[in-house]
Ligand binder design. Structure first.
Ligand code: CUA
Length: 173
C-alpha cells in the first residue's frame, strides 16, 4: 500500500514537472476553451487580422513611423527575413502561433518574446546598415535549434525605394 502511494506521488510530481516546463503544449487548448484573450487567436492568425501574410514584414506608417510584424511558429519565423531602415526607431509587433519563442538579435542587446494569444511590442533602433541573425532563444521543441530569421538593416533612402515584397526577402540586391 505504501509503495502504491509513493508511486502515485511520484507520478504526480513528474506530471507537475512536465506541466511547468511544457505548459505551452496544453495551454493553447485550455486558452481556447475559455474563449481566448484580447490578443490574436493563434489558430486564425494567418487568415485574418493584423498578422495576415500581406501585412507581415516592415511597413511605413503615418508620420514616417516603421512597424515590423512577425509570427513565430514551430519552427520558423514568418517572414524569414525582414528589412528595416537604419538609424530610425522601428517598432516590432510579434505574436506566436503555438509555443513561446524568443527572438534575439545576435550582436545586440535586443530581444523580444513571442507569446501565443498576445502581441509583444518593442521599439529598437539599428544605428548602422548590417546583417543580423535572429535565432530563437526559448526552447520551443524539436526544431528549436534550427529556428532562425534574418534582419537586413539598409540605408534609409534604399529602404524608401524598395517595394513591399522586397522588404520581406534577403535575396541579394
Ligand atoms: Cu522557437 Cu525556440
Amino acid at each position: 500500500m505504501k509503495k502504491k502511494i509513493g508511486f502515485a506521488a511520484a507520478m504526480v510530481l513528474v506530471g507537475l514537472a512536465l506541466l511547468s516546463t511544457r505548459y505551452y503544449m496544453v495551454d493553447l487548448p485550455v486558452w481556447h476553451f475559455f474563449g481566448g484573450g484580447n490578443g490574436p487567436d493563434p489558430v486564425t492568425l494567418h487568415l485574418r487580422g493584423e498578422f495576415v501574410e500581406s501585412n507581415l514584414g516592415a511597413a511605413e506608417g503615418p508620420a514616417g513611423s516603421f512597424t515590423v510584424r512577425m509570427i513565430a511558429q514551430q519552427f520558423v519565423f514568418v517572414p524569414q527575413c525582414i528589412v528595416v531602415p537604419a538609424g530610425v526607431p522601428v517598432t516590432f509587433r510579434i505574436t506566436s502561433a503555438d509555443a513561446v519563442h524568443q527572438l534575439s538579435f545576435l550582436g545586440t542587446d535586443y530581444g523580444l518574446k513571442a507569446v501565443p494569444g498576445e502581441v509583444t511590442e518593442a521599439t529598437f533602433t539599428f544605428a548602422k546598415p548590417g546583417q543580423f541573425k535572429i535565432p530563437c532563444h526559448e526552447f520551443c521543441g524539436a526544431g528549436h535549434y534550427a529556428m532562425r530569421a534574418h534582419l537586413d538593416v539598409v540605408p534609409r533612402d534604399q529602404f524608401a525605394s524598395m517595394l513591399p515584397g522586397e522588404r520581406r526577402t534577403c535575396e541579394p540586391r
